[in-house]
Design a protein around this ligand. Structure first.
Ligand code: ADP
Ligand code: MG
Length: 254
């Protein structure tokens, strides 16, 4: 056994500001291959901001982020990270694209200009659809799909480059109970079979408790990072979240 576990992501003393406003500070955690981290905290606690900093989408004013051992300002292999953003931000730019077109946009980060689509790309589309057992016709219009189907397509889009780290920002908020369970099963499989590391942002503390092996709990500052078992020895996520975070918003899904 390699004694020094190799971190795929390391965040140290991170502070991100929007102008004068300090959105997050003192964030410290690391991720190893195969981790499934549940990132949670109240509305406006900085979860999306943290993820955007990790993806290089917002600048940070203090601290360090390293991806696969490389400081983020020297890191360029962003196709190793699959990202499923919060849904609202995805919809408009994609109108009125077909399923295949949405999936092909997932390959753009791997291409050099003029970014032509070739036969291999279409094979990748077919492959990822088969892997996720999605049988919908490729020429269906994305926005006409149900919430659960759209979410699966966005997951497929994030997986098309075969990333080693998958980041999902509130992916289940629009899904009903059955679609949500189905979606989490899929994530579990990707995590355990393919050893894809996952950061799942969610208010849904029940799902996090069921699926994640580590918890990162923030409220502008870091409240907890560690194994789920340490966060919640009695194995009842609902009571643990209640005890630790009196203000954590519990979203009860119907
Ligand atoms: P969460 O994802 O946990 O709900 P966010 O990271 O979206 O939280 O937001 C954290 C805080 O930063 C909030 O107070 C939000 O209003 C603020 N914020 C987020 N994005 C911006 C931005 N682009 N400009 C200014 N303030 C922002
Ligand atoms: Mg958010």
């Amino acid at each position: 056994m390699n004694k020094v576990a190799k971190n795929i992501l390391e965040v140290q003393n991170l502070t991100v500001c929007y102008g004068e406003f300090k959105a997050i500070s003192d964030i410290n955690f690391s991720l190893q291959r195969g981790d499934f981290v549940g990132l949670t905290g109240p509305n406006g606690s900085g979860k999306s901001t943290l993820i955007k900093a990790i993806l290089g989408l917002v600048k940070f004013s203090q601290g360090e982020i390293a991806l696969w051992g490389k400081a983020i300002n020297q890191f360029s292999e962003f196709s190793r990270i699959g990202y499923v953003p919060q849904k609202q931000t995805m919809l408009n730019p994609l109108l009125p694209a077909t399923i295949e077109e949405v999936l092909l946009t997932g390959l753009l980060s791997t291409k050099k200009i003029p970014r032509l689509i070739n036969k291999k790309d279409r094979q990748k589309v077919a492959h990822v659809l088969a892997t996720l057992k999605i049988t919908l016709p490729k020429d269906k219009i994305f926005t006409k799909l149900s919430g659960g189907q759209q979410q699966k397509i966005l997951l497929a889009r994030a997986l098309i480059t075969q990333p080693e780290l998958l980041i999902l920002d509130e992916p289940s908020s629009a899904l009903d109970q059955t679609a949500r369970e189905d979606f989490f099963q899929l994530l579990r499989k990707i995590n355990s079979q393919d050893k894809v590391s996952i950061i799942l942002i969610s208010h849904d503390t029940g799902s996090i408790g069921q699926h994640a092996n580590k918890i990162l709990y923030i409220d502008q500052k870091q409240i907890f990072f560690g194994a789920l078992n340490d966060f919640c020895p009695e194995k009842n996520p609902a009571t643990c979240f209640e005890k630790r975070g009196k203000h954590l918003i519990w979203h009860q899904h119907d």
